[in-house]
Design a protein around this ligand. Structure first.
Ligand code: AMP
Ligand code: ZN
Length: 454
């Protein structure tokens, strides 16, 4: 079976399924903006696990939530991320959330990420969250205040801090939590399960404690416990979620079911871009669309990320993406040249690398050696690459189209180049869409327009 590093156990652990299927939960996007390539790295980690399990013959029940309420802004105290964006864009908050959720699904598709069993939305799980909050109050793990909020009593959970190492006695008052304006809580490390609406008028619901809205952490507890049957074999997220999000989720879930809810906590490391943390204020946030606009295959991002260990911080660069793009093209061309058989065959070294903590860089090195090895028959190379691709998800048998363009398409291309020169953006967009409909993808680079077949 596959072993992966478990953040809580602080060692490699074998994946153990609690029943006939392996249950996997990955914290999903907060849909107030497009996911950047760092977010996508984390989502791709969940897909890598998903695919590796399927290759092993496991049945996987995979859930990823959509956070469309309750995730508070780090910049503005007491402000919900979705509401903040809605006010900025002067749009309805739910309209914002649905628009970015659609973009998220588009990204998943373009990255060849296998669909989850369900993508539950926080805003549609309010009753369920209230049900679990009531359970926590009844069990003595949470308390309601006169102002109409409900807090988790962090001191009621003995092993609080075990994932991150942030023990309660070392968490000082004033430590930066995701929001600090919780005047009526009893202890500084307690966190809100339900927040009284106060002056907030949008995205609020009725509850046994009055009008309000849920906290972010209870959302993942509610969705994972209810949809995965009180046992999450593998819980995935980015390293920044270790504390407080996963710590709080563990305290809530374990208190509700009175046992360890998660079998293994898996965290993907941070992604930097060209040596810097991606942030809106630095203006260096890179989206999948930016990769595509450079004329690169979205799966070049996938290959690039797979060439690095999920557990190591990684610096993504345009040069690395360009290199991955040409490797991808070369492999696809070779796959065509190596025959047309659909038989897949495992290579022992590739399989071992994946099974030992998802060592994709090692697996890819081995594939590169196989590619060059003249002693291996072409049809065997194809079979091994096909098998590896079940886990890598690079669509290696996608044919490279090298057909010439028609005179009519040639004309459209030159018309579009002219429209761009004249800064006639609406016309140039129209022509780009027309060409795309004909299977021609345009990208605009510093040296002008270039094209490729989709
Ligand atoms: P969010 O949409 O902000 O809730 O984040 C979605 C996921 O992306 C979470 O699992 C985060 O931990 C993860 N994440 C955020 N920034 C990065 C980054 N730069 N590199 C890798 N993962 C990230
Ligand atoms: Zn979560």
């Amino acid at each position: 079976m596959i072993s992966i590093y478990d953040t809580l156990a602080r060692k490699l652990s074998q994946i153990e399924s609690s029943g006939s299927q392996v249950t996997v939960y990955c914290c999903g996007p907060t849909v107030y903006r497009d996911a950047h390539v760092g977010n996508l790295r984390t989502f791709l980690l969940a897909d890598l696990i998903h695919r590796a399990l399927i290759q092993q013959g496991a049945q996987v029940n995979f859930i990823q939530n959509i956070t469309d309420v309750g995730h508070m802004s780090e910049d503005v105290q007491g402000e919900d991320k979705i509401l903040q964006q809605a006010h900025l864009e002067k749009r309805d908050p739910f309209e914002i959330a649905r628009a970015y959720e659609a973009e998220f699904h588009k990204d998943l598709q373009r990255l060849n990420i296998l669909p989850a069993s369900a993508y539950p939305r926080a805003s549609e799980t309010i009753n369920l969250m209230q049900h679990y909050i009531s359970k926590l109050i009844d069990g003595g793990f949470a308390y309601a205040t006169t102002a109409g909020s409900v807090y988790f009593d962090s001191q009621s959970f003995e092993s609080y801090g075990a994932i991150s190492g942030n023990r309660l006695n070392s968490l000082k008052p004033g430590h930066r939590y995701e929001f600090n304006d919780e005047g009526d809580k009893r202890f500084h490390a307690d966190w809100a399960l339900w927040k009284a609406a106060g002056s907030r008028t949008e995205m609020i619901w009725d509850s046994p404690w009055g009008l309000g809205f849920p906290g972010w952490h209870i959302e993942c507890t509610a969705m994972s416990l209810s949809l995965l049957g009180n046992r999450i074999d593998i819980h995935v997220g980015g390293i920044d979620l270790r504390f407080p999000h996963h710590e709080n989720e563990r305290a809530q879930s374990n208190s509700i079911i009175n046992s360890e809810a998660v079998g293994m906590w898996v965290h993907g490391e941070h992604l930097l871009f060209e040596g810097r943390k991606m942030s809106k204020s630095s203006g260096n946030v890179v989206l999948l669309q930016d990769v595509i606009d450079r004329g690169l295959d979205p799966l070049a991002l996938r290959l690039c990320l797979l060439e690095n260990r999920y557990r190591a911080q990684m610096d993504l660069t345009w040069a690395a993406l360009e290199a991955a793009n040409s490797t991808l093209r070369r492999w696809r061309t070779s796959m065509g040249a190596w025959g047309s058989e659909t038989l897949a065959k495992a290579d022992a070294a590739v399989a071992t690398a994946i099974k030992k903590d998802l060592d994709t860089p090692r697996a890819i090195l081995r594939l590169r050696a196989i590619e060059k090895d003249v002693k291996i028959q072409p049809h065997d190379k194809r079979a091994i690459f096909l098998h590896a691709d079940q886990v890598l998800g690079l669509e290696l048998i996608r044919a490279i189209i090298n057909k010439p363009i028609s005179p009519g398409q040639e004309l459209l291309l030159s018309q579009r180049a002219t429209a761009r020169e004249l800064k006639n953006w609406s016309q140039s967009d129209l022509l780009r869409d027309e060409l795309l409909a004909q299977g021609i993808l345009i990208s605009d680079g510093p040296t002008g327009q270039s094209w490729s077949w989709t």
